[in-house]
Design a protein around this ligand. Structure first.
Ligand code: F6R
Length: 588
């Protein structure tokens, strides 16, 4: 959902900002723009991907040692040059880039129109520079004017402000991600760390209502408390190469391959924190897992494992639906929130509700310093490194393995998972090998022109079928739907025609029933793709995946991640940037 970056230092801002935009493009790729200050404010923006727009508008032609930039995922207003950021105040002296949604923008627009201001875009953002201009006209103190203007905003924002009135960059956040990078005599402010990772690994995480003044120094105030905050610098252990494609053509393929390592890293946890979480889960009167998208599928997978391994019942909720069940939450509840980014708006909202009711909040998250980490009583990090591709691949399997560890830990079988991971490592190595890729390419060629595809599973394999369908549809745009094997005869089988591809996930435990479902599908003409440890006459295409029992959700999804990737390439879709999608969904 939009990426923003700002820079103040001694270097030429435009090249740093452009680099940052390229690293943030996974957050939105509808349009982009840049503003640089060199006594006067210079702004350039347009519709299109970062590299195209930067070339067309000659971003690098802007000279100055401070600036702000934005890559947009459209929410309010269509994809047009006028709606692209930065947005300027009427007097063109103040530029703003913004990620989030200003809920009271209509009201503020009306107020400003009455004061004589005009609006040139359909965005909610345009009220911000004009509100600052209005406040500045009343009291010629620019920092105070920014504070006053921001205090009037309702909704979510991460904003960067650049102005001919001020020698620096102002940054502020409320319910949208923003982190500060601290270099040698230079500062960065960005939606996400990869934007400035190649310049510094020193960061300052911000809290809601933090207001940051960046020039030769850094000062942080809290807008709500009206006080200055002590600057706390943390170090991050992500490496630059983790945030680069390296020899891979796409981040998606790189991140699928990384699973050989990331699964092990997910298990590197502080035993004391883990034990504390296990105690909380044991003592809870009710447990809720809340998450969205792939993270929701990981949660659903875990609910089967909590049931079968730990005999624990869990309520699994799509975060946006959680408010409907909020009244079951009390101080004896545990809400376990699962999120790669730690910034998904619906997850954060669920956690907020649950906190108000006194529930214990535990989270499983990949991004250190994210809002979810700060809102949790306890958290476990996935340690998967930055995930740049919009699709979740390595973070999904890391979530599943970590949740599996929790399920086993509940029955004091923690060591068992650690032992099994070495076997799993070999399996994942085979699943990401060149042989497997060749096989999957062949399958992709066979089904690339299909419009519909179905995935089925039973028990633990049902959430895997859901995740498989999501991966395929979001990156190749083939309509893909998942069903529990037992549901087919209740309606869906009517959709099966000659050669409709159906991916069937088979486990040792469910093999008889699911093979019987596959046979029913085949008798209606379906083309059966079996994901199974042994071949079966019903399969038209067999993907061999060794049986790993409670780890099947990890091993069985990997070939389908590869299939989704290959389908995207064959259908000329960009695997790293699927249409209409952005990496973190920071608005509801
Ligand atoms: C799918 C995908 C999304 C995310 C979802 C939640 O490949 O990536 O469905 O899983 O937007 O995001 P997080 O995990 O950051 O809360």
């Amino acid at each position: 959902m939009c990426g923003i970056i700002g820079y103040v230092g001694n270097k030429n801002a435009s090249s740093i900002l452009l680099n940052g935009l390229k690293n943030l493009e996974y957050r939105g790729y509808d349009s982009c723009g840049i503003a640089v200050l060199n006594k006067e404010l210079q702004t350039r923006k347009n519709v299109g991907k970062v590299s195209e727009v930067a070339k067309k508008e000659n971003f690098l032609g802007l000279m100055g040692r401070m600036g702000i930039a934005h890559t947009r995922w459209a929410t309010h207003g269509g994809v047009t040059k006028e709606n692209a950021h930065p947005h300027l105040s009427n007097n063109k002296k103040i530029a703003v880039v913004h990620n989030g949604i200003i809920e009271n923008h209509e009201e503020l627009k009306k107020f400003l129109k009455n004061k004589g201001f005009n609006f040139y875009s359909e965005t909610d953002t345009e009220v911000i520079p004009n509100l600052i201009e209005y406040e500045f006209s009343r009291n010629q103190d620019f920092v105070q004017a920014c504070k006053k203007a921001l205090k009037r905003l309702k909704g979510s924002y991460a904003v960067l402000i650049l102005s001919a009135y001020f020698d620096g960059v102002i940054a502020s956040r409320h319910e949208s991600p923003l982190v500060i990078g601290v270099g040698d005599n230079e500062f960065f402010a960005a939606s996400d760390i990869p934007a400035f990772l190649e310049y510094t690994k020193k960061v300052v995480y911000l809290y809601d209502y933090d207001f940051v003044v960046l020039n030769k120094n850094i000062k942080i105030f809290n807008l709500k408390k009206n006080e200055e905050i002590k600057v706390k610098i943390s170090s991050i252990d992500w490496s630059v190469s983790q945030a680069k494609k390296g020899d891979f053509e796409h981040f998606m393929l790189k991140e699928i391959n990384e699973q050989v390592e990331t699964l092990k890293k997910a298990l590197h946890q502080d035993k004391r924190v883990l034990n504390k979480i296990v105690t909380n889960l044991k003592n809870a009167k009710n447990i809720f897992f809340v998450a969205c998208g792939s993270s929701y599928h990981a949660a659903l997978t875990a609910s089967y494992l909590f049931s079968s391994i730990a005999n624990k019942q869990v309520n699994v909720m799509v975060a946006s639906e959680f408010p409907n069940f909020n009244h079951f939450i009390n101080k004896n509840s545990v809400v376990l929130a699962i999120s790669q980014s730690g910034e998904t708006a619906d997850v954060l909202e669920s956690v907020k509700y649950a906190k108000q009711k006194g529930a214990k909040i535990i989270s499983i998250v990949n991004v250190m310093g994210s809002s979810l980490v700060r809102d949790s009583d306890e958290f476990l990090l996935l340690n998967a490194g930055p995930e740049i591709c919009v699709l979740s691949t390595k973070s999904y399997t890391s979530q599943v393995v970590l949740l599996t560890l929790l399920a086993y830990s509940l029955v004091k079988k923690y060591e068992e998972v650690l032992k099994k991971i070495n076997y799993l490592w070999n399996v994942v190595y085979y699943l990401t090998s060149e042989n497997m890729k060749t096989k999957i390419k062949e399958l992709a060629r066979r089904i690339k022109n299909k419009e519909h595809l179905f995935t089925i599973g039973r028990g633990l394999e049902y959430p895997t079928a859901m995740e498989a369908a999501l991966k395929i549809k979001e990156v190749s745009y083939i309509h893909a739907e998942a069903f529990p094997g037992g549901e087919l005869k209740h309606g869906t089988i009517a959709l099966i025609e000659k050669n409709t591809p159906c991916i069937v996930f088979v486990s040792e435990k469910n093999k008889h029933l699911i093979i019987s479902n596959a046979t029913e599908l085949k008798s209606r003409g379906a083309y059966i793709i079996g994901v199974a440890s042994v071949n079966n006459p019903v399969f038209d295409f067999w993907i061999k995946v060794p049986e790993t029992n409670s780890f099947n959700p990890i091993t069985q999804i990997i070939p389908i991640q590869l299939l989704a990737y290959e389908l995207a390439l064959l259908r000329k879709c960009n695997p790293d940037m699927p249409r209409n999608l952005a990496k973190s969904v920071t608005v509801k």
